[in-house]
Design a protein around this ligand. Structure first.
Ligand SMILES: Nc1ncnc2c1ncn2[C@@H]1O[C@H](COP(=O)(O)OP(=O)(O)O)[C@@H](O)[C@H]1O
Ligand SMILES: [Mg+2]
Length: 510
């Protein structure tokens, strides 16, 4: 049978502590646009990385053009005419576009008829032809560092075409693009299909699937839920299949007791490095005793909202108030002192100094003041005492107590350490960004309990999470961010997970 150009049968792939793909079978027809849909962490990239030879499946088999293959490396995938544009581009900044495209496959011209040399002129010509044929305009002599994101993406696509790929994998290609650029890319993808290529498109965005895909596989927590015919399925059905599932844990929660307003965010706008708005006129407020959760698919502006409140990035419009104080222009440290605790998404880069020991990390926000520092002299005893107390009170497990170098600790215990430190600041506002990402069930439960305890103690809590279950389980109030905007703010008890999911997908608008 050669009806299918790609078949992946009963594929299972495990990583330590997680089954990223669990007995997944898909079959892709030549010349179709096949979409892979699923929440963050559903296993989409892992599945495609195996087709591109970056990992080998633990179980299952792959057939290309009806033949069983073991795809040992990306180079091997390239030989099988499979190409992939990754979520994060893999280009060399100070090389030209041509150099990037031909990298690893330089055509050899012969200098003086004997010496091999890179035939850049010949490559330029071939690239120019390909750009013209597929509408992928680039200036081949420009350096990557001088071109924007959408051009970089075109370079990645040209790189696949230059290697004569027939099966083209796009891993969330529109995540980095503006709406106009997205339309343009979807046109290019249609053009590639019309030229006979087979396309696999990974995306979160239902409307894109609706626009270009023929069929769509839905993954949820590593498992294949279904493969659907896109033309005859509503986006609502797809959204429900993607997020519609039993909440796996139930969290015991006391009734909320809201107090006075602690945080007020008024019409803030944040721009990215290219000057494009990533947070658009967002407003909300959080009361004492309230968990306000922001739901949304990764990259819709949630992290930037947190960064704007903590002062890591400036706002280009709007104001932020903590109680009566306008903190819009305060430094990060002054905001901490004014009463903000922050548990960042990137616990290793932002939350901790990995090569410092636990005692030092636990005092990271306060080392400059008493009791840690007296008349400019650091007080070692104060660090030790504080460290021991927190290790005890927050059940932080480490090999050598306060002396443990934080790098050697497990992710869950690193996170417990950050949370302990931030709670001890007694701030009125606590911001948690993806607080349980990558942690095991035990650590997750510990952290959820801490968050609820802080809420019951009257703190205002901002929770940003990609995990819908976590949001539904913890939040008192839910706001959904989509494409930089806050689409909906409502009491948690008035929303179902499916409704939140629909807002997250941009299916619903208010
Ligand atoms: N190299 C890796 N090592 C350990 N865990 C991984 C690795 N790659 C992915 N994972 C885990 O596997 C799961 C699926 O990840 P991924 O395929 O990237 O999901 P998606 O692309 O759908 O967002 C996630 O829980 C992720 O944390
Ligand atoms: Mg992915």
């Amino acid at each position: 049978m050669d009806e299918y150009i790609v078949e992946m049968r009963h594929i299972t792939k495990r990583f330590p502590g997680i089954v990223a793909n669990d007995d997944v079978s898909i079959a892709i027809k030549k010349g179709e646009i096949f979409a892979l849909l699923g929440e963050n962490g559903a296993g989409k990239s892992t599945l495609m990385s195996m087709l591109f030879g970056m990992y080998e499946p633990d179980e299952g088999e792959i057939l290309i053009r009806g033949e069983k293959v073991r795809i040992a490396s990306p180079a091997h995938a390239t030989q099988l005419s499979i190409g992939m544009v990754h979520q994060h581009f893999k280009l060399v900044e100070n090389y030209t576009i041509t150099e990037n495209i031909v990298l690893g496959q330089e055509p050899k011209a012969r200098l003086f008829g004997i010496l091999p040399a890179v035939d850049i002129k010949g490559s330029d010509k071939k690239i120019a032809e390909l750009s013209k044929r597929y509408g992928l305009e680039v200036d081949p002599r420009k350096k990557i560092e001088d071109v924007n994101v959408s051009t970089r993406q075109r370079v990645e696509i040209l790189k696949m075409l230059y290697r004569e790929a027939e099966i083209l994998i796009f891993d969330e290609p529109t995540a980095v693009l503006t709406p106009q650029e997205i339309e343009f890319l979807l046109d290019i993808i249609r053009g590639l299909r019309n030229a006979g290529k087979t396309i696999i498109l990974i995306t979160h965005k239902l409307e894109e699937i609706k626009k270009v895909a023929d069929r769509c596989a839905i993954l949820c927590r590593g498992k294949l839920i279904d493969v659907l015919d896109v033309a005859t399925t509503s986006t609502k059905t797809m959204a429900n299949m993607m997020v519609g599932r039993e909440v796996v844990f139930s969290i015991d929660k006391n009734p909320a007791k809201f107090g006075a307003e602690v945080l007020k965010v008024a019409n803030i706008t944040v721009k990215n490095q290219d000057g494009l708005p990533v947070v658009k006129n967002v407003s909300f407020s959080i009361r004492s005793g309230e968990i306000f959760a922001i739901a949304g698919v990764s990259g819709n502006g949630q992290t930037e909202v947190a960064d704007a409140i903590t002062g890591l990035i400036p706002v280009s419009g709007g104001k932020i108030f903590l109680k009566e104080t306008d903190i819009t222009n305060l430094s990060v440290r002054d905001r901490t002192l004014a009463g903000i605790s922050y548990i960042p998404e990137d616990r290793q880069e932002v939350g901790l100094v990995l090569d410092f020991n636990l005692a030092e990390n636990l005092a990271l926000k306060e080392y400059f003041r008493e009791p840690f520092c007296k008349k400019g002299v650091l007080q070692e005893e104060a660090f030790d005492e504080h460290g021991k107390k927190l290790i005890e009170n927050y059940d932080i497990r480490s090999g050598q107590g306060i002396e443990t170098v934080v790098r050697s600790m497990s992710g869950g215990n690193q996170q417990k350490a950050i949370i302990a430190r931030e709670i001890e600041l007694s701030s009125e506002l606590m911001i948690f960004v993806q607080p349980t990402r990558g942690l095991d069930i035990g650590a997750i439960e510990n952290i959820h309990r801490q968050i609820l305890t802080q809420r019951d103690a009257g703190r205002a809590i901002l929770l940003i999470s990609l995990e819908l279950d976590e949001i539904i389980g913890l939040a008192d109030t839910i706001g959904v961010m989509y494409n930089g905007e806050m689409l909906n703010i409502a009491p948690a008890e008035t929303l179902t997970a499916n409704q939140v999911g629909e807002f997250m997908m941009g299916v619903k608008s208010v």
